[in-house]
Design a binder for this molecule. Structure first.
Ligand code: SAH
Length: 396
């Protein structure tokens, strides 16, 4: 039996009574622990079908039904044959998350609260622009990293999302928007920039991105699927060796002491190591540039000297810089840099020969902007409680 299926079985305590048998009878001990086919990319589905004694090409049929025709009812997949459909229904299911709430901003941004079994929920955001539509997807319920300027971090951390829960966000948004794969492509870009640190959940994020990329899935080009990381260096190398997607790195400071204050992960993977990983990422097969994100925080990282140091640092990597005005949230000690400060910073970068864009803040009226996504996190770290207590003590 394929190791992949063994792993899935173990995870879900499935009991296949006759997984590799000749008459293809398969039974499962518990109907609620069926394999969710959304958890498998093409390679995973091929291995799954082989492990139950079926032809691997069945994977392609399933993928086309689910991602090209938005069909999630196994019984409606008529080219599978009645016997196979019945067998599949007894061991597998196509289980989507659920849209709990939809909010629309006056600027056209849409935010969905998407709920999962067990009560957790994340936020997924659609940002329409004249020539593109970007979907911002979450990878974890909450975040374990605790960056000091991000409200997702203050929610604490509940758990990783499964591949099905990640690709399910794209599936639901595509349906809600009337996205057509070969017609009106309402979604042109996907960014893993929602809640969570995607490289801390790489085992689920890579198959989900492979479904975003694959022609049998949503069919997005490599440069249109971006993973954003707070700088998990070993994860950047694993990503490079697993899949071809664009990389964004949340940098936020050109020097270690400031960066460590903002992104505590910097203590473990300081800037020099991070920049080397970025150079290695773009060096061979990924001949593109890295996007660096830099949140502009008043008096913390927005000094002209920071801009000059940033120029020196970024010259060593093919890169673009995105300046993000800091979005405040209740209880934060930070404020956004002034418009003049941001413009001055941008000019220093551009004079240094680099590309720097100021990201427009979108969906502010519905709290959909960068770092404002909160979802419903059953915090297991008790961080959210500690922060609430601190806030109560410090506010008069
Ligand atoms: N953990 C990943 C994915 C989250 S992306 C990462 O750190 O890259 C979310 C982006 O929004 C990151 O660049 C993050 O640094 C930025 N961000 C977080 N809080 C913010 C805030 N309050 N204002 C502006 N940008 C913020």
């Amino acid at each position: 039996m394929a190791p992949m299926l063994r792993k899935l079985q173990k995870q879900r305590s499935l009991t296949f009574l006759a997984a590799n048998n000749t008459n293809n009878k398969v039974a499962v001990s518990d109907a609620t622990s069926r394999v969710n086919l959304l958890d498998l990319d093409e390679a995973g589905l091929r291995a799954f079908f082989e492990s139950i004694g079926e032809k691997p090409f069945r994977a392609q049929q399933i993928l086309k039904w689910v991602y090209h025709h938005a069909q999630t009812d196994i019984q409606a997949m008529t080219d599978l044959g009645i016997a196979l459909r019945q067998k599949l229904e007894s061991i597998a299911e196509i289980r989507l998350p659920e849209i709990i709430q939809e909010q629309r901003s006056t600027d056209g941004t849409i935010k969905w609260l998407i709920g999962f079994r067990g009560g957790n929920a994340v936020e997924t955001v659609y940002i329409p622009e004249p020539k593109r539509g970007t979907l911002c997807v979450s990878s974890q319920v909450g975040c374990a990293l605790n960056c000091s300027f991000c409200s997702t971090g203050a929610q604490g951390f509940a758990r990783n999302l499964t591949c099905g829960e990640i690709i399910g966000q794209v599936w639901l948004a595509a349906q809600a928007l009337g996205h057509e794969r070969n017609g009106e492509r309402r979604i042109t870009n996907i960014v893993m920039m929602g809640m969570g640190e995607p490289l801390l959940n790489i085992d689920a994020v890579v198959p989900a991105m492979s479904l975003m990329r694959s022609d049998l899935g949503f069919g997005f080009a490599a440069k249109r699927v971006t993973l954003s990381t707070a700088g998990l260096v070993p994860g950047i190398y694993r990503l490079r060796d697993s899949i071809d997607v664009a990389l964004a790195v949340s940098l936020h400071a050109p020097v270690d002491d400031v960066r460590t204050e903002l992104v505590p992960l910097n203590r473990k993977y300081p800037i020099a190591e991070l920049m080397q990983a970025c150079r290695d990422y773009v060096s061979e097969k990924h001949k593109r540039s890295v996007t660096f994100e830099y949140t502009m925080i008043d008096g913390v990282n927005d000094h002209p000297e920071h801009a000059r140091k940033l120029v020196k640092l970024l010259r060593t990597v093919p890169s673009k810089l995105n300046l993000i005005p800091f979005n405040p949230f209740p209880g934060t000690k930070y404020r956004c840099s002034s418009q003049e400060r941001i413009t001055q910073f941008q000019q220093i970068i551009m004079k240094g020969g680099l590309i720097a864009m100021v990201r427009k803040t979108r969906g502010e009226d519905i709290d959909a902007a960068c770092g404002q996504l909160v979802g419903k996190v059953q915090d297991r770290t008790k961080r959210s409680e500690r922060i609430k207590l601190q806030m109560a003590e410090t506010t008069p």
